[in-house]
Design a protein around this ligand. Structure first.
Ligand code: NCD
Length: 306
């Protein structure tokens, strides 16, 4: 039985397969519309979500499967004191695959140990978010035509941003990748990622506090929200929350091919005056997320042809 808990649970060849299937799904939706007939997905969300939960649910519905679940801890028996391991044992009796988001790092990993169905990590605290990474990889592949030889700027809350941690971990496995990490000192990328993922593998990167100075030589600028809910000190959040705001004026210094990505939700780190800029692809990311999650569900359920 397979789980998806971190991007490292997939080898590069499997990521390539998922991307190929996602392309095929986009082109031939009908071919896929009954493949999960009789299968059920449980979405177990102990933390707020719009896209990630609905995208998994849409993916399962598009495959002809059914969905059940809860969208906050308050509406589950967690509020009565039930452990996650008891919850997943229970859900294993009702569903064929589970998608879990939890505010505490590694909870989906713990759940997977007690689960008799595949578990997808839909975000564990400030740690990892592997299905957003699959979404981002498909988006980059679709819009740039490659996953190699790219210079990628990541900007915002790189300390708490789980989408950033997973994306860096995944992209670091492709050739010719360079990173530019743009954040206030307090919110820079964690040392373990610099050491274990980048230095260890000889991958080039620079650290910067400035957004504008870096925009002219990036293939992609990946903006992120300052993660309010992860701050212990609210005054610190208030001080840092508007550190970076990307707008049409600043994007004049970027090239025509510098794409703007964001996992969403956006607060105000990308001005809406960029929404109609052809380089802004954050709403395309949302659409691609459904296709790659459909491909992932098929792979984890071991459904024919995958
Ligand atoms: C992100 C998340 O939940 O980590 N959103 C998402 O899943 N697309 C990013 C965020 O909340 O800032």
């Amino acid at each position: 039985m397979r789980h998806l808990l971190t991007p490292d649970d997939l080898i590069l060849e499997e990521i390539k397969t998922l991307i190929d299937i996602a392309y095929d799904i986009e082109a031939n939706k009908n071919k896929y519309s009954k493949l999960c007939d009789g299968k059920t997905m449980a979405t177990l969300f102990y933390e707020a979500s719009t896209r990630t939960r609905l995208s998994h649910e849409a993916a399962m519905i598009n495959l002809g499967g059914s969905i059940l679940g809860f969208s906050s801890a308050d509406s589950s028996s967690t509020s009565k004191g039930e452990s996650v391991s008891d919850t997943i044992r229970t859900v294993s009796c009702y569903a064929d695959i589970a998608v879990m988001r939890h505010p505490t790092p590694y909870t989906p990993m713990d759940a997977a140990i007690h689960s008799s169905i595949p578990v997808i990590n839909a975000g564990d605290g400030g740690n990892q978010h592997p299905t957003q990474t699959l979404t981002d990889l498909l988006t980059i592949h679709r819009e740039k035509g490659r996953l190699e030889n790219l210079t990628i700027g990541l900007c915002g809350d790189l300390k708490h941003g789980r989408t950033v941690h997973s994306l860096v971990q995944a992209l670091a496995r492709y050739d010719g990748i360079q990173f530019v990490f743009i954040a206030p000192d307090e919110l820079q990328i964690p040392a373990y990622i610099l050491e274990d993922v980048l230095n260890h593998n000889g991958i080039g990167y620079t650290l910067s506090r400035e957004l504008e100075d870096n925009l002219d030589n990036l293939d992609i600028i990946y903006m992120t929200r300052i993660q309010k809910e992860r701050f212990v000190d609210n005054d610190e959040y208030e001080r840092l929350k508007d550190s970076y705001i990307l707008d049409a004026e600043k994007m004049k210094s970027a090239s025509d091919s510098t794409l703007i990505m964001h996992p969403l939700p956006r607060v105000n780190e990308i001005s809406t005056d960029l929404d109609n800029d052809p380089r802004a692809i954050y709403f395309k990311q949302v659409q691609y997320g459904v296709y790659i999650r459909m491909a992932l569900i098929l792979m984890l359920l071991g459904i024919d042809g995958i």
